[in-house]
Design a protein around this ligand. Structure first.
Ligand SMILES: NC(=O)c1ccc[n+]([C@@H]2O[C@H](COP(=O)([O-])OP(=O)(O)OC[C@H]3O[C@@H](n4cnc5c(N)ncnc54)[C@H](OP(=O)(O)O)[C@@H]3O)[C@@H](O)[C@H]2O)c1
Length: 231
């Protein structure tokens, strides 16, 4: 994927979600030379991915640089400490993207200024390129920046843009948190099978494959989830 950003894509936090995005960007053809990762201690697999692909890694924000995209992937409770030193990375051409649950645009603006900003909510299947992401752009985001962010987010699956910032909380409830409910459903199905007399490992295999298969069927045209619910 070609990147048309005014500066590097700067990823803040290369943990579960940031790492999934980074791996997806590199797999999609973005060059390591377009990427700067800032993380005081990335997991070893991420440190290797960064080094193997010639991306730049720093433990803190460099002073002499403006980001094309500033992509925030740290825990929400860390944002208050993480944002202030990043203000120098934000220039007039920068678009800020945050995947932090519950962290509002006004909170980010209070630390980074009135920049072009996107709040995005991916989900954990992003780790295998099968996620889905909801995103909201503020009024300062240009159509070129929105296209750029769309392309960066879609490496982990489809991207759905929403109309209001409040919609992001609903996205968090449905798809952001959704995989955890599905995993719990698998546990419940396996437990029910075990209680009905199946070996525990067999019950778990049946439950996992059932949910995986039903999920695939759910998104296979021309059938819809409604049509399956009636069968
Ligand atoms: N996981 C999900 O299902 C999911 C879904 C949607 C959105 N999100 C959002 O994604 C964000 C990240 O979640 P995660 O699960 O990926 O967290 P995570 O695995 O803990 O990753 C965060 C990374 O940021 C690093 N970090 C800590 N302080 C930093 C700093 N000052 N500058 C740069 N990097 C720093 C952490 O290093 P240390 O480990 O050394 O502290 C860690 O490598 C959260 O805001 C969450 O709401 C997560």
């Amino acid at each position: 994927m070609a990147v048309h950003a005014s500066g590097p894509i700067v990823l803040i936090g290369a943990g579960n979600m940031g790492g999934a995005m980074l791996a997806g960007w590199l797999k999609s053809g973005i060059s390591g030379s377009d990427l700067l990762v800032i993380d005081p201690g990335p997991p070893p697999a991420m440190a290797k991915l960064i080094a193997d692909n010639g991306a730049r890694h720093e433990t803190a924000a460099p002073a002499d640089l403006k980001a094309g995209v500033l992509f925030l992937a740290v825990k929400p409770q860390m944002m208050g400490a993480v944002l202030p030193p990043l203000k120098g990375l934000v220039g007039p051409e920068t678009v800020v993207v945050s995947v932090a649950a519950g962290t509002t645009l006004s909170f980010m603006q209070s630390h980074l200024g009135d920049a072009a900003m996107v709040r995005a909510m991916p989900n954990t299947p992003a780790m295998i390129g099968r996620g889905v992401t909801g995103a909201f752009a503020n009024g300062a985001v240009s159509s070129a920046q929105r296209d750029l962010v769309h392309n960066l987010l879609k490496v982990s699956g489809p991207v759905e843009w929403v109309e209001t910032e409040a919609d992001i909380d609903a996205v968090t409830a449905v798809s952001g948190s959704g995989p955890a409910y599905v995993f719990y459903l698998v546990e419940c199905m396996a437990e029910a099978g075990r209680k009905a007399g199946l070996q525990a490992d067999l019950a778990m295999r049946l439950a996992r494959e059932t949910v995986a298969g039903a999920g695939e069927l759910c998104t296979s045209p021309p059938m819809t989830p409604q049509s399956f619910a009636r069968t």
